[in-house]
Design a protein around this ligand. Structure first.
Ligand code: 13P
Length: 254
């Protein structure tokens, strides 16, 4: 596929896989995707499996991501994990502001922007998630909601940091529901986000930022979604838990 930006496809394993299971999946993906150079592939296991998977992936072209991190660098923050701790395990990416964290942990745009800045300070690339709920879409608020999230979550980033960041548009109603946004619905929001980035940063920065789509991405719909002008990859949940289905998403996107 001839794209303006290199595709980045990430698997968000969420709260799944023991260390032993994670290693089986990671080994399988390493084998399955050995030849893939055209797409940046990232896997995001739970914290407990990062160290083992990191060692397993040393000789692989697959990069490692975490699913969250603290906005603080160290100290009395029980249960939190700092960016530097992730870097020590050769983690390169970190998912921030996933809708599940926005919903269950009440993460705000302001908190997410602090985390994004802390990630960059530690040379981790944030994958910043935004997306509207079904109610918000049906009441015609998609653009307003996405704009507030994009502006708030990326506040304070420099142009250089923005270029090194990834955005993920994940309509909440499409996550884990089997309901994918149509490629046109997704493309429309991606184009809207890119226009917003022009106004927040500049044309060049906006052109370089990769925006992933997430929400029920599968091998069967990957090609059409990835074929859209402003869709530069995918953030995959359920289908990233299986060697064949994640491998096929990537192969169908090339
Ligand atoms: P599903 O692919 O399971 O819909 O999950 C999407 C997601 O939330 C990825 O972060």
């Amino acid at each position: 596929m001839n794209k303006e930006r290199k595709l980045i496809i990430a698997g968000n394993w969420k709260m799944n896989k023991t260390v032993a299971e994670a290693l089986i999946l990671a080994q399988g993906l390493k084998r399955e995707l050995r030849e893939v150079k055209e797409v940046d592939v990232v896997i995001c296991p739970p914290f407990t499996a990062l160290e083992s998977v990191s060692k397993e992936m040393l000789d692989s072209n697959i990069r490692l991501g975490a699913q969250n991190m603290s906005e603080n660098n160290f100290g009395a923050f029980t249960g939190e994990i700092a960016a530097g701790m992730l870097r020590e395990l050769s983690v390169r990416y970190v998912i921030l502001g996933h809708s599940e964290r926005r919903q269950y942990q009440k993460e705000s745009d302001e908190l997410i922007s602090k985390k994004a800045q802390a990630a960059h300070a530690a040379s981790l690339k944030p994958i910043v998630c935004v997306g509207e709920t079904l109610d918000e879409r049906e009441s015609g608020q998609t653009e307003k909601v996405v704009e507030t999230q994009v502006r708030g979550s990326l506040a304070g980033l420099t142009k250089d940091q923005m270029e090194e960041s990834v955005l993920a548009y994940e309509p909440v109603w499409a996550i884990g529901t089997g309901k994918t946004a149509t490629s046109q619905q997704a493309q429309d929001v991606h184009a809207f986000i890119r226009k917003l980035l022009v106004s927040m940063f500049d044309e060049t920065t906006a052109r370089r930022v990769r925006i992933q789509y997430g929400g029920s991405v599968k091998a069967q719909n990957a090609r059409e979604l990835m074929g859209q002008k402003d869709i530069d990859g995918a953030l995959v949940g359920g289908a990233s838990l299986d060697i064949r289905s994640f491998g096929d998403i990537i192969k169908n996107s090339i």
